[in-house]
Design a protein around this ligand. Structure first.
Ligand SMILES: Nc1ncnc2c1ncn2[C@@H]1O[C@H](COP(=O)(O)OP(=O)(O)OP(=O)(O)O)[C@@H](O)[C@H]1O
Length: 834
C-alpha cells in the first residue's frame, strides 16, 4: 500500500517499562538526597522532572518555578546540576547507565561537604530581584515550604527544556491574571502558590505510589482506535497576540498523545493562591502546534472512509467562542471539511465508485430553527417520514464534482451566515452551522458526513443579567448541547432509545446517532489563564461524552505508550493515516442518568446498511412527512437541570472540586477490571485512492452561483511521508504482543468479544476484497481488449489489481494474526494463573 506512515508499532508501545521509570525516579531522589534537596522532589515531580536527565536541563531562572527559593538551596541545586553536566556530559541525550548511577551518587555526596562554602555563581545576582526575596519571606512564613512553588507549572513534555526557558519567568505571579484577578485585586499582597494536583498520589518524597488495587488500572489502559464508533479529542489553540501582549499564562499542557493538563489558578478564602492541576485523557490531544492536517488525519479521515462503506458520520467542534471551532472545522480554505472533500472526490474518481455522486448542503440552526444558508437563509422544517427517517424539507443541495465546487458552495453559505440576511442571527457563535456532504447513488443516500461548528459552549450559560433574547438563545444552545451529549452517549450504549428529539440539532442529526454511524467530537480550548473556567467546562463536557467509552481506567501506563510526539505530518496526498487498533473494554453500563425518556421514539435500531427510503431531500421522498418542528422539539423542553453543566453558574467555579480525578468516573456504573490488550495494527485496507491533482473547477449549474474558489490547496504543506512500510518487512511477529490477563471473568468475556468482533470485521473485509478482485478480473476477461493480457498475467507479472489484492491481504492477515495472538496470550495468561 502506498505511503503508509508507520504508527509506533506494538513493540514500541510495549517497551515502556514502568520499573525503569521508577528507577530513574529513585536515582533522582537519591541524588537530591545526597545534596539535601530531596524535600523538593515533589515539586520537581509535579512539573515533570522525574529523572536526572531532565533535571540537568533546568536553568537558574527555573529554580523559582520549581519552588527552590532559599539561597543555600539554590546554590546546592546549581552545584548539583553543574556537576552532573560536567561529569556526565551525555546526560542530556540519554539516561545514565547503571554503572553511572553509583558514580553519580558518590559525586553528589561529595558536593554536600561544600554546602557551607560560598559558591560564586555568575548569575547568582539574578536571584535577588525583589519578588524573589518577598517570596522567600512569604515562604518561610507560610509553613508550606515543601510544596510551595511559584509561577507557571510546566508539565513534562518533549520540549521540556525549552519550556523552562521562558522569557517572562520573572513575572510569574503577575501572569496569574484573569480568574485569579477576579478574586484578588492588584493591590492584594502576593503570596506564593501551592501546587495541588488532582490526580497523583505521592509518598512522603513525592514519588508516585500505587494505590491499593490500582495496579491493574495502570496496566489496563484502554487505547483509542481510529475506527472507534465515538472518538473524543481535544485541540488546544495557541495563545493569540492579545493574550501574549497581556502576558497571559498558558495553562493548558498537552502531555503525550492523549493527555491534557490544566493548571487552574485558585485562591483560598485566606487569599493563599495555589494551582490545581487537572488531568484529562481523550482519544487524541492536539497541541497548539498541530496543523489542521494533523487533526484531520486522526479525526475526520476515518469518517471519510466510513461513509464509503455506507455509514453516516458526524464530526463536530465543541468549545468556547474563540477557541478554534471554526478554524478547525469550517475554515474556508483549510478546515477539515475541505480536507475531507479532497479525499472524497479522489475516492469518487475511482471506477468502483463511479455510480456515486457527492451533494453538498449548508444550513444553520439558530434558536431551534433551521435556516438554509444556500438559499437566502430560508427557514426550513425537519420532518419525519413514515419510515421515521428525518429529512429537512426543501433543503438546497448541490451536486459537486470537485473540491473547488465544494469550497465554492461553502463560501457562498458562509457569506450568508456571517451577513445574516434575516437579521435573526447577529452572532455566528450563537448558532450551529452544519455542512453536509452526502454520497448518493441516484436518489438513494449511501453515506453522509456532517461537519458541525457548534455555537460557543459558554453561550449556553447566558443567564441572569442578560436580556431576554440572550437568555433564550442561551437556553436553546444549552438544550441542544445537552441533547447532543445524550445522543452520543446513547449511541455508545447502543441504546434503543436515542433522545434525538430533545433538540433541533439532534433531530436533524438523527441518522448520525443510530445504526451504522460514527461520531468524532473535537473539543477546542483556549489555553490562556483568563479562560480557565471555560476551558475546564469544555473539557468536562467532553469528558462526560467520553466517559462511557470504557476509558474510565485509562491510566498512566496507557498514556505513556502514547507519550511520544505525534507522528510527523504526512503529505496531503497520503490519504491513509496510521490506523491503530486495540482491544479494549466496553463496560457494561447502566442507562445514563441524564437520559430523558423519549417514549414516542421507540423504533428499533436501524440495521446496518438500512438505507432504503432515506432521502435527505424531502421533495424527493415518496413518504408522507410529519413536521417535527411543531409540537415536538419546541414543546419538548429539556430539563436543563439533569446535568451539572446546566446548573453551572455563569463564571462560577464549575464542579470538580479539589482533588477530583477526571479519570475516575462516578457515573455510569463502570465496571472495573478487565484486561486491555494493546497493540498497533497495520492500517486496514481501504478503497481510498491516492488523490490525483484536481481538475479545474467547473461552474455550478445552480441559481446560487458561489464565488470563484480562492484556493484549492492547503498552505500547510507537510513534509513528504516516509517510505511506505510493507507489512512483511516491518510488522513484528504476532507473538510480540503483550497481554495483561483480565482481572475478572466479565472482563475476560468482554475482551474476548472484542477480539471476535475484530476478527469478524477482518473476515468481512477479506471477503469484500475477494469479491472486488473477482469482479475486476471477470470484467477484464470479458473485455476483448484486455482479455489476452489478463489471462497471461502471472502472480508475479504485476497485474495491479491483483498486486493490490495480495498486499491488502497481507495487511489483513497481519491484523488477524495479531488479534489471534492477543486472544491466545490472554488465554495463556489466565491458564497460567489457574
Ligand atoms: N489551532 C489554531 N492555530 C492558530 N490559530 C487558531 C487556532 N485555532 C483558532 N485560531 C484563531 O483563533 C481565532 C478564533 O478562532 P475561531 O473563529 O475558529 O473560534 P471559534 O471557536 O469558532 O469562535 P466562534 O464560536 O466565535 O465562532 C481565529 O482568529 C483563528 O484563526
Amino acid at each position: 500500500m502506498n505511503g503508509i506512515h508507520p504508527e509506533p508499532t506494538a513493540t514500541s508501545a510495549s517497551t515502556f517499562d514502568p520499573s525503569s521509570s521508577k528507577m530513574s525516579q529513585s536515582l533522582l531522589l537519591e541524588t537530591l538526597r545526597q545534596v539535601e534537596l530531596d524535600q523538593y522532589y515533589s515539586n520537581f515531580s509535579v512539573v515533570g522532572i522525574n529523572d536526572v536527565e531532565t533535571l540537568v536541563q533546568l536553568t537558574m531562572q527555573d529554580y523559582g518555578i520549581v519552588g527552590v527559593h532559599g539561597m543555600e538551596d539554590r546554590k546546592r541545586e546549581f552545584q548539583l546540576i553543574q556537576m552532573l553536566k560536567t561529569e556526565f556530559p551525555g546526560l542530556t541525550d540519554s539516561a545514565p547507565t547503571p554503572s553511572q548511577h553509583t558514580a553519580m551518587l558518590q559525586k553528589a555526596g561529595s558536593l554536600s561537604s561544600l554546602h557551607s562554602t560560598s559558591l560564586t555563581s555568575p548569575a547568582t545576582s539574578s536571584y535577588h530581584h525583589p519578588r524573589s526575596e518577598q517570596l522567600i519571606e512569604d515562604n518561610s512564613n507560610s509553613n508550606i515550604r515543601r510544596v510551595a512553588s511559584v509561577g507557571r507549572l510546566r508539565p513534562p513534555s518533549a520540549s521540556f527544556g525549552s519550556a523552562f526557558n521562558m522569557d517572562n519567568h520573572n513575572d510569574d505571579v503577575a501572569s496569574y491574571r484573569g480568574s485569579a484577578s477576579q478574586l484578588l485585586d492588584d493591590d492584594t499582597p502576593r503570596t506564593p502558590m501551592k501546587f495541588k494536583r488532582s490526580t497523583n498520589t505521592l509518598n512522603a518524597y513525592g514519588v508516585p505510589v500505587t494505590a491499593p488495587g490500582a495496579q491493574s488500572s495502570v496496566k489496563l489502559g484502554s487505547v483509542s482506535s481510529l475506527s472507534d464508533r465515538i472518538r473524543v479529542c481535544v485541540r488546544k489553540r495557541p495563545l493569540n497576540s492579545k493574550e501574549r501582549k497581556k502576558n497571559e499564562s498558558d495553562i493548558a499542557h498537552v502531555n503525550g498523545r492523549r493527555t491534557i493538563n490544566i493548571n487552574e489558578p485558585k485562591v483560598k478564602v485566606d487569599l493563599t493562591r495555589y494551582v490545581e492541576q487537572h488531568e484529562f485523557i481523550f482519544d487524541e490531544a492536539f497541541d497548539a502546534n498541530c496543523t489542521n492536517d494533523d487533526v484531520y488525519r486522526r479525526t475526520a479521515f476515518p469518517l471519510v472512509e466510513y461513509i464509503f462503506d455506507g455509514g453516516k458520520a458526524t464530526c463536530f467542534a465543541y468549545g468556547q467562542t474563540g477557541s478554534g471551532k471554526t478554524f478547525t472545522m469550517l475554515d474556508s480554505k483549510d478546515g477539515l471539511y475541505v480536507k475531507a472533500g479532497r479525499d472524497i472526490f479522489a475516492t469518487l474518481r475511482q471506477p468502483q465508485h463511479s455510480h456515486l455522486a457527492a451533494w453538498g448542503s449548508f444550513y444553520e440552526i439558530y434558536q431551534g430553527h433551521l435556516y438554509d444558508l444556500l438559499n437566502n437563509r430560508k427557514k426550513l422544517f425537519a420532518r419525519e417520514d413514515a419510515n421515521k427517517q428525518v429529512c429537512i424539507a426543501g433543503l438546497t443541495e448541490h451536486e459537486m464534482s470537485d473540491v473547488e465546487q465544494l469550497m465554492g458552495i461553502f463560501e457562498y453559505g458562509n457569506n450568508a451566515r456571517s451577513t445574516g440576511a434575516t437579521g435573526a442571527n447577529a452572532d455566528s457563535s450563537r448558532s450551529h452551522a452544519i455542512f453536509q456532504i452526502v454520497l448518493r447513488n441516484k436518489k438513494k443516500t449511501v453515506g453522509k458526513l456532517s461537519f458541525i461548528d457548534l455555537a460557543g459552549s459558554e453561550r449556553g450559560a447566558d443567564r441572569g443579567e442578560t436580556d431576554q433574547q440572550t437568555r433564550r438563545e442561551g437556553s436553546e444552545i444549552n438544550k441542544s448541547l445537552l441533547a447532543l451529549k445524550e445522543c452520543i452517549r446513547a449511541l455508545d450504549l447502543d441504546s434503543k432509545h436515542t433522545p434525538f428529539r430533545q433538540s433541533k440539532l439532534t433531530q436533524v442529526l438523527k441518522d448520525s446517532f443510530i445504526g451504522n454511524s460514527r461520531t468524532c467530537m473535537i473539543a477546542t480550548i483556549s489555553p490562556n489563564i483568563a479562560n480557565s473556567e471555560h476551558t475546564l467546562n469544555t473539557l468536562r463536557y467532553a469528558d462526560r461524552v467520553k466517559e462511557l467509552k470504557g476509558d474510565s481506567h485509562v491510566a498512566a501506563a496507557s498514556d505513556d505508550e502514547y507519550n511520544q510526539p505525534p507522528p510527523p505530518p504526512q503529505q496531503q496526498q497520503q490519504p491513509y493515516p496510521p490506523l491503530e487498533t486495540q482491544t479494549h473494554h466496553h463496560h457494561h453500563i447502566s442507562q445514563p442518568t441524564g437520559e430523558l425518556d423519549d417514549s414516542d421514539n421507540d423504533e428499533p435500531m436501524y440495521s446496518d446498511g438500512d438505507d432504503e427510503g432515506f432521502l435527505l431531500n424531502a421533495e424527493s421522498t415518496e413518504h408522507p412527512l410529519h413536521d417535527l418542528s411543531d409540537g415536538v422539539e419546541d414543546d419538548h423542553e429539556v430539563e436543563e437541570q439533569e446535568d451539572e453543566y446546566a446548573k453551572r453558574p455563569v463564571g462560577g467555579g464549575a464542579g470538580g472540586g479539589a482533588g477530583h480525578a477526571y479519570h475516575t468516573r462516578s457515573r455510569g456504573a463502570v465496571a472495573s477490571g478487565g484486561a486491555t490488550t494493546t497493540t498497533r495494527l497495520r492500517p486496514s485496507p481501504t478503497s481510498l485512492p491516492v488523490p490525483t491533482p484536481l481538475p479545474a473547477a467547473t461552474t455550478l449549474s445552480t441559481t446560487h452561483k458561489p464565488p470563484p474558489p480562492q484556493a484549492t490547496r492547503s498552505t500547510h504543506s507537510p513534509p513528504p511521508p516516509p517510505p511506505p512500510s510493507h507489512p512483511s518487512s516491518t510488522t513484528a511477529p504476532a507473538t510480540t504482543t503483550t497481554t495483561t490477563p483480565p482481572s475478572s471473568i466479565d472482563a475476560f468475556i468482554r475482551t474476548h468479544r472484542q477480539h471476535i468482533r475484530e476478527i469478524t470485521e477482518i473476515n468481512r473485509v477479506e471477503s469484500k476484497l475477494l469479491v472486488n478482485l473477482t469482479m475486476k478480473m471477470s470484467g477484464a476477461n470479458s473485455d476483448p481488449t484486455t482479455a489476452t493480457s489478463t489471462t497471461t498475467t502471472t502472480h508475479g507479472g504485476g497485474d495491479p489489481a491483483f498486486a493490490d489484492y495480495v498486499r491488502e491481504l497481507e495487511t489483513l492477515f497481519d491484523r488477524k494474526l495479531k488479534t489471534v495472538a492477543m486472544v491466545r496470550d490472554m488465554v495463556r495468561g489466565v491458564v497460567g494463573g489457574l
